[in-house]
Design a protein around this ligand. Structure first.
Ligand code: WTA
Length: 657
């Protein structure tokens, strides 16, 4: 593992002295007020579990902790779809808007109330039943940001069928890998998705994936763009045809009573090997965790707020803070299909103005893109409805934080910088907007009922001013319940460094006020535009190309994407690289993993720097990629390799310029 507290981050911390106490009017109306931090751990989660959810049968034990496995709300029975949809309709809120959906092609919108959502979910759940989907049937979902995506997820939860949603930018290999790991029997997809005015061929990719995923017997296809796609007789079904004769009456498809610990979904994420990890989330703890955090951190007022989380549902942020947390809290949300710059760079701000969005939650990489485009696009629109901003996915640099606050938040709105992971399920370190004094670049404090700390190598908690490894010392309701089918990897990845303490894989520092500053990953996981990509995964994709002998991948700093991927490649037979070869390799990675994993730079080199035991020295490659002074090279088998690579990298940069 590398040093968790790189020197440049310490610098940022010392320079950042600006503070923003909560505005008095915000504090006076906030959901989280007063002594919330003083409520004891058990009392806090007991109350949240009882009051935030509706139970078919009450739980009788708060939690059970047999490290490294936790169970929460034992003995309880409930249904996620019931909590997110049916109970709101039963309580008379059927006419409230659940989603203001905005399609990418301009002018296309749909308004979906909670009553609409219930009808759509029931009808589709009945359709899935025709394909044999029952409690426990694993279902894969591969779609764009259309209303039918949350409908499909909710239909699964209504039936008690666990799902895995695969981001629409992933390749056929990535999709079939996940489907095979979970043994999915049904795949739900769409003909094509819209992206920046052109179409993404989801069904075509789904067909390739199905060919490699023998357990998947049926495929449901939503018609979105309307273009022709091949349909395989007997296997493929149009969504609208399959559900045409299905009832949308809630009583025709009651919500399946589930145990608190029944599997809700798997979300795959990159680790330090080529194989993604299937992170397990279960029912009651997950729902309590995401609903409680969504309520307090976003200060959600179901009767007046218009909330917009601009992430993709294909990632954990979309699961927890577009679908499950917000719907459980009876939120009115915006759901947007497209990209921020289509048809123009003011698209987001026109959406904020149109729907009078009050809460906006996005990622630093998006904020930095808007920063690069300039504030004039935001200035064309009335953003005065905004009262709270959020950030997630990577450390937010103070410049971006200030830009966000001044240009989007009128120098008035609090910003909640929320730290969490696919594994944590819910936000764990974050300000509470009516209580916390904000510091640009700091995620501030652990959420109430969360016990986080920073440890040194020896496992001692560091004091104020110290830095080290971010850990969680107690279980929390939405925590992962393991890695699907891989107990050993679960123990090894998160629980082997310190006894019975969760290692998050992030470096962090704590300042003299007790505020946390996240410093990025400490393992071989890169964070590109807020997406986790493993160096090894990209290396495997490169080596998979017939001309590549060896590859080493690391990241460099990038002004927009946070980190950018740099690959060092040795071609077979000592062949020289070329511009054509470079493009070919980049496309090969896109095909194997997905376009998000394309290296920004490829440096061709006759040899890679290795230790005498044959390990590639990524630390040195990172130094070269970032133009830093080279670190210690004494353990290298052949020290001249690095200077040769540095020379080639520099030549490449001057050619770029
Ligand atoms: C990083 C996304 C700093 C971190 C919800 C973590 C952050 C990884 C923040 C998880 C933040 C996320 N400040 N770093 N506010 N939020 N990260 O699984 O390195 O896609 O380990 O979950 O993103 O990424 P994941």
């Amino acid at each position: 593992m590398s040093d968790p507290t790189p020197a440049h981050s310490i610098e940022t911390m010392l320079l950042e002295e600006r503070t923003y106490p909560p505005p008095a009017d915000f504090a006076a109306q906030a959901n989280a007020r007063g002594d919330i931090y003083d409520v004891p751990f058990e009392e806090f989660w007991e109350r949240e579990g009882r009051e935030r959810l509706t139970w078919f049968e009450a739980f009788n034990e708060l939690y059970e902790w047999e490290p490294p496995y936790a169970k929460w709300y034992l003995g309880g029975k409930l249904n996620v779809c019931f909590n997110c949809v049916d109970r709101h309709v039963e309580a008379g809120a059927g006419e409230q808007v659940a989603f203001h959906w905005e399609g990418e092609p301009d002018g296309e919108t749909r308004t979906i109330t909670y009553a609409d959502l219930q009808r759509d979910v029931v009808r589709f759940a009945n359709a899935l039943k025709k394909l044999g989907v029952r409690k426990g049937t694993p279902v894969a979902i591969y779609m764009g940001m259309v209303p039918e995506l949350p409908v499909a997820m909710l239909a699964c939860t209504r039936l008690g069928a666990p799902h895995t949603v695969v981001f629409g930018g992933f390749s056929a290999d990535s999709l079939s890998g996940r489907m095979n790991d979970m043994k999915c029997e049904v795949l739900i997809t769409q003909d094509e998705a819209w992206r920046r005015g052109s179409t993404v061929p989801l069904k075509k990719v789904a067909d390739e994936a199905m060919a490699d995923a023998p357990a998947a017997k049926s495929c449901v296809v939503l018609r979105r763009t309307g273009n022709d796609v091949p349909m395989q007789e007997g296997r493929d079904h149009w969504w609208h045809e399959l559900e045409a004769d299905c009832s949308d009456d809630a009583e025709s498809c009651p919500c399946e009573p589930m145990d608190s610990e029944d599997l809700l979904f798997l979300m795959y994420t990159s680790g330090t090997t080529a194989k993604p990890k299937g992170i397990i989330h279960t029912t009651a703890g997950y729902l309590t965790g995401v609903a409680a955090t969504h309520n307090y951190i976003f200060d959600l007022k179901p009767d007046s707020d218009v909330y917009w989380c601009a992430a993709d549902i294909g990632w954990i942020t979309g699961h927890s803070y577009i679908v499950y947390g917000p719907l459980c809290n009876r939120t009115t949300s915006v759901l947007y299909e497209g990209t921020p710059d289509f048809p123009d760079k003011d698209r987001w701000w026109s959406i904020v103005e149109k729907y009078k969005v009050t809460i906006l939650y996005t990622a630093p990489t998006a904020i930095r893109s808007h920063m690069k485009w300039g504030p004039e696009f935001a200035q064309q629109h009335d953003l005065s409805s905004l009262r709270l901003l959020g950030s997630v996915g990577e450390p937010i640099n103070p410049e971006a934080w200030i830009w966000y606050r001044e240009n989007i938040g009128a120098d008035r709105t609090p910003i909640v910088d929320t730290w969490w992971q696919t594994e944590t399920g819910m936000i764990l370190i974050t300000p509470l907007p009516g209580i916390t004094t904000l510091k640009p670049g700091s995620a501030t404090r652990p959420f109430p009922g969360v016990d986080a700390g920073i440890y040194d190598e020896q496992g001692n908690e560091v004091g104020p001013g110290g830095g080290g490894y971010l850990v969680l010392k107690k279980p929390w309701p939405a925590m992962l319940r393991g890695i699907f089918g891989d107990d050993e990897r679960y123990r090894e990845t998160y629980w082997s460094r310190y006894e019975d303490v969760y290692l998050a894989g992030d470096g962090a520092r704590i300042d003299r006020d007790g505020d946390f500053w996240l410093l990025g990953r400490i393992d071989d996981v890169m964070n590109v535009s807020g997406h986790r990509i493993s160096t090894i995964e990209v290396e495997s994709a490169l080596v998979d190309h017939h001309d590549v002998a060896e590859a080493a991948v690391c990241s460099r700093a990038d002004a927009v994407t946070g980190e950018a991927i740099v690959a060092y490649v040795t071609l077979k037979g000592g062949a020289d690289g070329s511009v054509e070869k470079l493009e070919e390799l980049r496309n090969h990675v896109a095909e194997k993993i997905g376009p998000i994993a394309k290296p920004a730079n490829i440096v061709f080199t006759p040899e890679l720097p290795k230790t005498r035991s044959g390990k590639i020295m990524r630390r040195l490659l990172r130094d070269v990629a970032n133009n830093r002074q080279l670190g210690d090279t004494t353990t290298l088998a052949d020290p001249t390799v690095v200077s040769e690579i540095a020379k080639r990298a520099t030549e490449e940069k001057s050619e770029d310029a």
